[in-house]
Design a protein around this ligand. Structure first.
Ligand code: DGL
Length: 276
C-alpha cells in the first residue's frame, strides 16, 4: 500500500509563526507546510491558561484532520501553556501516531553557550512570562545562567497592526528594553521569545547596547527540526516534499493578506477557515 504523505502543520495565534515558517522553508525547502494562524482570536498572550489551551487544542485537531503527521506550535504562548497538556492528554488518547513540538526547547537548549556574563534576557508575552517556561527550560540545560524576563504586552498588537514604526510604537519598544536593562544591566544575550518579535528586531537593536547579542527563534527551531527528522525517520517518511506552502487563517483572508508581506515576502494568499 502506498504511504499517505502530508505537510508539516505550523500553528500560531496570528502572523508571528510565519517567521518560523520562513526559516523552515530556507532550511528544508522541499518540505510541504500547512500554516494556520488563528488571527480572529489573536493575541493569545494576554489570555488565561484555560482559553489558550482550548484554542491551541482546536487548532491542533484541525491540522490533524488535514492529515499533518506533525504540528509545530510556532507560538511561545501556546508552547508554554498548551503543549504539555496536548502531549500528555490529547496525543496518547486520540492521536498516538502524531507528534506536536513547541518552540521553547529548541530556543533554550544552546543559549547558555552564548552568554559570557551569565545573564540572559527574555522578552516575551505576559502569558509566556507568567508560565516561567524560559527560566525553567534554561535551568535544565544551563543551571548556572541567570534569566531575567520582561513582559511586553504591547509588542504583539504593534506588530499585528503594523504600527511599530509610529512614535507610540517606538516608545513601547524602548520602554520594555529600558525596563529589562534596569533590572539587570549585565545582560549580554537576549532571546526574542515570541515569534512576532523578529519583525521588531531592527528597532530593538537600536535601543540596546551593541554588546548585547539578540537571538530570534526561526533559525534555531528550523535547525533542531532538521535534526529531529533525522532521528525520527518514520515521521519524516510521512511528510510530503513537493515544496508546497499553504496558508490558512481564521480571519478574513483579504484582511490577513494586507499584512502578510510584512512577515513573508512572497506572492502567497491565504484561505479563511473555521476551526471551532
Ligand atoms: N507569536 C506568539 C508567541 O510566540 C504571539 C502570542 C500572542 O498571540 O500573544 O507567543
Amino acid at each position: 500500500m502506498k504511504l499517505m504523505k502530508s505537510p508539516i502543520g505550523i500553528f500560531d495565534s496570528g502572523y508571528g509563526g510565519l517567521t518560523i515558517l520562513k526559516s523552515i522553508q530556507n532550511l528544508l525547502p522541499n518540505y510541504d507546510c500547512l500554516y494556520l494562524g488563528d488571527n480572529a482570536r489573536a493575541p493569545y498572550g494576554t489570555r488565561s491558561f484555560e482559553v489558550i489551551n482550548r484554542y491551541t487544542t482546536e487548532a491542533v485537531n484541525y491540522l490533524f484532520e488535514k492529515n499533518c503527521p506533525i504540528v509545530i506550535l510556532a507560538c511561545n504562548t501556546s508552547s508554554a501553556k498548551a503543549l504539555r497538556n496536548i502531549q500528555i492528554n490529547l496525543l496518547p488518547n486520540k492521536f498516538p501516531q502524531k507528534k506536536v513540538l513547541g518552540v521553547i526547547r529548541p530556543t533554550t537548549e544552546d543559549i547558555g553557550s552564548f552568554t559570557k556574563s551569565g545573564y540572559v534576557g527574555v522578552m516575551a508575552t505576559p502569558g509566556t512570562v507568567v508560565s516561567n517556561s524560559y527560566p525553567m527550560e534554561i535551568a535544565n540545560f544551563s543551571p548556572k545562567v541567570n534569566v531575567v524576563q520582561q513582559s511586553c504586552p504591547m509588542w504583539v498588537p504593534l506588530v499585528e497592526n503594523n504600527t511599530f514604526m509610529e512614535e507610540g510604537g517606538q516608545y513601547y519598544i524602548k520602554k520594555y528594553i529600558d525596563e529589562l536593562l534596569e533590572k539587570e544591566p549585565r545582560i549580554d544575550t537576549l532571546i526574542l521569545a515570541c515569534t512576532h518579535y523578529p519583525i521588531l528586531k531592527e528597532s530593538i537593536i537600536k535601543y540596546l547596547p551593541s554588546s548585547v547579542m539578540v537571538f530570534d527563534q526561526g533559525d534555531l527551531v528550523a535547525k533542531k527540526l532538521t535534526n529531529y527528522f533525522k532521528r525520527h525517520p518514520i515521521v519524516n517518511d510521512h511528510l510530503s516534499k513537493d515544496g508546497k506552502i499553504e496558508i490558512l487563517t481564521t480571519e478574513k483572508s483579504e484582511k490577513f493578506d494586507q499584512h502578510l508581506d510584512l512577515f513573508y515576502d512572497s506572492n502567497y494568499t491565504s484561505k479563511t477557515v473555521q476551526i471551532n
